[in-house]
Design a protein around this ligand. Structure first.
Ligand code: SF4
Ligand code: SF4
Length: 344
């Protein structure tokens, strides 16, 4: 990795250069309380003081809520398949470390067991520029080691108040630095200030969660139906917690056949393991008929399954599911409740 320093007043110049060369998405204040990642036209539209967005930015661009996967045509002798692959270079600017970590998780999901070309093509063309975003009240990224990342970005910018410390994570990042900025190599004092920044930054995450040996605790309460009924008692099975989560990847694939019955599209749309018909199969059997079955499964998926598969849990502590839940079901409080129940 290369380390650079950019003077404060030069960030606008960098962004303006990038705006004229790439499709550029960044955080913008949409109304009094909401920020969202949108197409940016001017540097002044960007607001890096955001703390959260409802939908994770990388999920919005790489794995949108609705997507046309392929078009197909039924010919006399064969079926013609026309993949719908996006090849536009895009920049995603100002992404929080936990959202980069969420995207790193999706990268694995869509490339390890099966190559999902619709996702991977978009990912290949996405230039990611990270930024240390201030944590919101329910953010517990530091408790799950997601407040920092050393992969998944092309450039990562840290605000050292009087200058920017930039980590260059790829050849594309290096190209941008060399062609669009006047950044210089970082010196010892810059590294020292960067380390000091990280110490202060980590202290800003106030939510504590004890995931130590949670793997065993989860097994210990797995069959405790009374506990799961209590935790899920107010759940409306609305699925919002899944939809806002940077690591949730379940989807449905549907066919839409044209009226001529000769052409069609295969599309995918987000699905949610928390809604009641997610486990419904032909014949009317439902594998997860109650909200407590479903909450248990969601926590298993987030906090245990991928700890086994990828050696890291699939929760990056962004807190979005807590913010989105009208029933006030709270993943970090529930983890602490489970630990208490097990007595560790
Ligand atoms: S936990 Fe909350 S957000 Fe998730 S399905 Fe239940 S009510 Fe909806
Ligand atoms: S489970 Fe909740 S806190 Fe964890 S990554 Fe998903 S939305 Fe964020």
């Amino acid at each position: 990795m290369l380390y650079k320093v950019l003077s404060k007043e030069k960030l606008g110049e960098l962004v303006t250069n990038l705006l004229s060369n790439y499709e550029f998405y960044g955080p913008k204040k949409i109304d009094k309380v909401t920020h969202d990642f949108v197409l940016i036209e001017n540097f002044s539209d960007i607001d890096l003081s955001y703390k959260k967005t409802t939908i994770p930015p990388s999920k919005k661009l790489l794995f949108p809520s609705y997507e046309n996967l392929i078009n197909y045509k039924l010919n006399k002798d064969n079926v013609e398949v026309l993949p719908n692959l996006e090849s536009k270079k895009r920049i995603l600017f100002g992404v929080a470390p936990w959202d980069i970590n969420g995207m790193n998780f999706l990268d694995k999901i869509f490339s390890i067991d099966y190559l999902d070309n619709n996702y991977l093509m978009k990912r290949k063309n996405l230039i990611v520029i990270g930024f240390d975003v201030e944590p919101s009240d329910n953010n517990f990224a530091a408790a799950v080691n997601a407040e920092y990342t050393n992969k998944g970005f092309d450039l990562y910018i840290t605000d050292l108040k009087d200058r920017y410390f930039i980590r260059v994570g790829s050849a594309t990042g290096n190209f941008i630095i060399n062609n669009f900025t006047t950044a210089v190599d970082a010196k010892l004092k810059d590294f020292e200030d960067y380390n000091r920044f990280l110490d202060v930054y980590r202290k800003k995450f106030k939510v504590k969660i004890n995931l130590d040996k949670f793997y065993d605790s989860f097994e210990a309460v797995y069959s405790n139906n009374e506990l799961w009924d209590k935790l899920a008692k107010n759940c409306f099975s609305c699925g919002s917690c899944n939809l806002v989560c940077p690591t949730c990847f379940c989807f449905n694939v549907k066919d839409e056949l044209m009226l001529n019955l000769k052409e069609g599209i295969k599309k995918r749309e987000w699905d949610s393991c928390m809604i009641s018909d997610y486990g419904l199969v032909a014949g009317g059997h439902n594998f997860r008929p109650t909200n407590s079955n479903r909450l248990k499964q969601r926590y298993r998926c987030k906090l245990k399954t991928f700890a086994e598969k990828f050696e890291s849990i699939s929760c990056v502590g962004c807190g979005r599911c807590v913010d989105a839940c009208l029933a006030k079901i709270n993943i970090y409080e529930d983890v602490n409740t489970i630990k208490k129940e097990v007595g560790v």
